[in-house]
Design a protein around this ligand. Structure first.
Ligand SMILES: *Cc1c(COP(=O)(O)O)cnc(C)c1O
Length: 334
């Protein structure tokens, strides 16, 4: 199940889901995202990863063939009270240790039984959980979460005689924790070609999908001792050529990108200098052979992993990708 929340991790839901049209279902975070996918013409079931936020969403979800995560008693009660034309498909969220969403292991059986007895859910319930640390292959928490999941699913199945579907794995678990592979996998970040592991810029199995590109809109030479940009935080130590590039935090390029963050011009890495503005950044192209006005500039992409850029911005690539604003046109290639 491709996870396409947050505008497909910033890539554009229409383009991404068009490329993944053969998949049996999509996963999104909110009902608005799911409705957007329906408006774009996609017919698959769509799982709401956080379930519904209010009771009025249940009937809308049912009419649109959305599947619901059920993560707490409020969501369960909304389903029990809903007037449904047909039973709805649910994924029951188990809190196996992340402590963000989901039912405690001991109560999960009872919740499931209650929903089953109500006749509001169909017979293909999936038990799902989410990992806190699967991106760290040396962290034993993942093994403990899998054990908790297995114990819970065995308990429910022996008590009810029903077989549940199973879903545990995000990208990192798909790539690194074989025991987590079950009926449904939920890849997000890896789907877009990026390594989900800490300290890994890239994976030989994956190729980044997104190239974030702009161009040089101004070029000038400044003397040693002169400064560049707001707050004058960067001072030239030598006579320097400065390229102004048309992208800024208004586009989702992070304002906290440090001086030295690489950008690529004519296949060469050049360092960001000065503050990121709303609409522009500046780079030192003194050592970049013959940079010219209008030259394309790559902010990240296959040649410059977003994970590496994120390392200069005290964040992860997920935040950078999902933060790309609507001002940037998405162009689908291949
Ligand atoms: C976002 C999300 C995923 C995808 O995680 P990645 O690390 O991007 O693969 C999977 N499952 C749930 C419940 C999520 O919210």
């Amino acid at each position: 199940m491709p996870i396409v929340k947050a505008n497909a991790y910033g890539h554009g839901m229409d383009i991404v889901c068009g490329a993944l049209d053969q998949t049996p279902a999509f996963g999104v975070a909110s009902i608005n995202e799911a409705l957007e996918l329906r408006n774009l013409g996609f017919k698959q079931p769509i799982l709401l990863l956080e379930g519904t936020f209010d009771s009025d969403e249940i009937e809308l979800a049912s009419e649109n063939n959305f599947w619901l995560m059920v993560e707490n008693h409020r969501q369960k009660d909304h389903i029990l009270k809903a007037k449904l034309k047909q039973p709805i498909r649910i994924w029951l969220g188990l809190d196996s240790g992340m402590h963000r969403l989901g039912f405690d292991p001991p109560e999960t059986h009872e919740v499931y039984q209650h929903l089953l007895n109500s006749g509001k859910i169909d017979s293909l319930t999936v038990l799902a959980t989410h990992f806190a640390c699967a991106n760290d292959l040396s962290n034993e928490m993942t093994t403990r979460q899998i054990e908790c999941f297995d114990k819970t699913v065995r308990g429910i199945e022996s008590a009810t005689g029903h077989i549940l579907g199973q879903s545990l794995a995000n990208s990192a678990a798909i790539m690194g924790w074989e025991k987590a592979l079950r009926d449904w996998q939920r890849p997000g970040y890896m789907l877009y070609g990026n390594s989900p592991f800490y300290g890994k810029q890239t994976s030989t199995l994956l190729r980044p999908v997104m190239t974030l590109k702009s161009e040089i809109i101004s070029l000038r030479t400044i003397e040693a001792g002169e400064t560049v940009g707001y707050d004058a935080i960067w001072k030239a130590e030598r006579k320097s050529t400065i390229a102004t590039i048309s992208i800024g935090y208004g586009d989702g390029y992070p304002r906290r990108a440090k001086n030295g963050t690489p950008v690529i011009i004519k296949q060469q890495r050049c360092p960001l200098v000065g503050r990121v503005s709303m609409d522009m950044i500046t780079a030192d192209v003194t050592d970049c052979d013959c940079a010219q006005l209008g030259d394309p500039v790559i902010l990240w992409g296959p040649e410059l992993p977003v994970n590496e850029v994120a390392g200069y911005c005290e964040t992860n690539g997920y935040e950078l990708l999902s933060g790309i604003s609507t001002r940037i046109p998405r162009v689908g290639i291949n």
